[in-house]
Design a protein around this ligand. Structure first.
Ligand SMILES: [Zn+2]
Length: 300
């Protein structure tokens, strides 16, 4: 499973832009539907994992992967008894979570996100860690309702609480909690099984990832199903294990940075070597990861 995740992530991040993404392998991409109870499903294909909740008040969607997959996604939702989503939450601005926005906005879906997500999607942008330029979305693809801290949806007998976690994976992350179904979509706060990408260029930080993980843990019990941004659907025990890894790395990195060590010195010292076998098998090697998070640490 991890190998597949790695290949997909590498393919997506290295493919470098819209035109390349537009014409490669989309026809062959298939959705995996994971039923999580109470008409909530995780939908896993390429890009960030999706959550969908279906019921008589309408379809509620969390994230939408890539534009070429929208038709397939809508077909899958139809098979589950749903329709064109009434609401779409973007957990953050990244292109592998918002690629379907323009299609869905044009189809009448109301897009909802943190204030900073709309801001980021409104302008041309760049993700230096992946040497990638990202074009602003047209108005169809922009969130029409934004929030600064949290908001709640009441539909299909469900209470869906959406809340901002600050300076975690980006500066505009939202976590989505289906309270009755006991399902949480963690966005890219959680990469299940491997070192997470942290967008420190746009306000993300390791300390924020740790804090956000703790917030999700506080809402979870043994039965909670937690959808990570990437990787398989997991549970509290697995999230705690990941949180402990983040905590260990943060402590280690703070110590080294406070000693005045440069990123290169830290990398050559291999301070998290003991973790690599378990966590370095995703798409980020320890070297790349340490380099990314170094700048997201507090000043020494
Ligand atoms: Zn992301």
């Amino acid at each position: 499973m991890k190998k597949i995740v790695k290949l997909l992530l590498v393919a997506i991040f290295l493919s470098g832009g819209g035109p390349v993404l537009a014409d490669h392998h989309w026809e062959g991409v298939a959705y995996q539907r994971v039923p999580l109870g109470a008409n909530v499903y995780a939908m896993i294909a390429e890009g960030g994992n999706i959550a969908v909740a279906i019921g008589e008040d309408g379809t509620f969607l969390v994230d939408d992967q890539f534009a070429p997959l929208t038709r397939k996604l809508l077909w899958e939702i139809e098979q589950l008894g749903g329709g064109t989503p009434r609401f779409l939450i973007n957990t953050h601005w990244h292109f592998d979570h918002t690629g379907g926005n323009e299609n869905l906005g044009a189809a009448g879906t109301l897009i909802v996100a943190h204030d900073n997500v709309r801001q980021m999607l409104s302008v041309d942008n760049r993700l230096s860690a992946f040497n990638r330029d990202i074009k602003a979305l047209t108005s169809d693809g922009l969130p029409v309702i934004t929030f600064s801290r949290d908001t709640s949806f009441h539909m299909n007998g469900e209470t869906i609480r959406v809340f901002h976690v600050s300076n975690a994976h980006t500066d505009g992350d939202a976590v989505v909690h289906f309270q009755n179904a006991n399902v949480i979509h963690a966005g890219d706060v959680w990469f299940n099984g491997f070192y997470p990408f942290i967008d420190v260029e746009h306000g993300g930080s390791l300390a924020g990832m740790l804090e956000a993980s703790n917030q999700i843990i506080a809402l979870s019990d043994e039965q909670t199903k937690i959808i990570p941004g990437h990787g398989p659907v997991g549970n509290l025990e697995e999230l705690v294990h990941y949180r402990d890894m983040l905590s260990q790395v943060l402590t280690e990195m703070r110590t080294l940075k406070s000693q005045g060590k440069s990123p290169q010195e830290i990398i050559s010292q291999q301070p998290i070597k003991s973790l690599d076998q378990e966590w370095g098998d995703g798409f980020l090697t320890a070297e790349k990861w340490l380099e990314i998070i170094y700048n997201g640490l507090e000043a020494p």
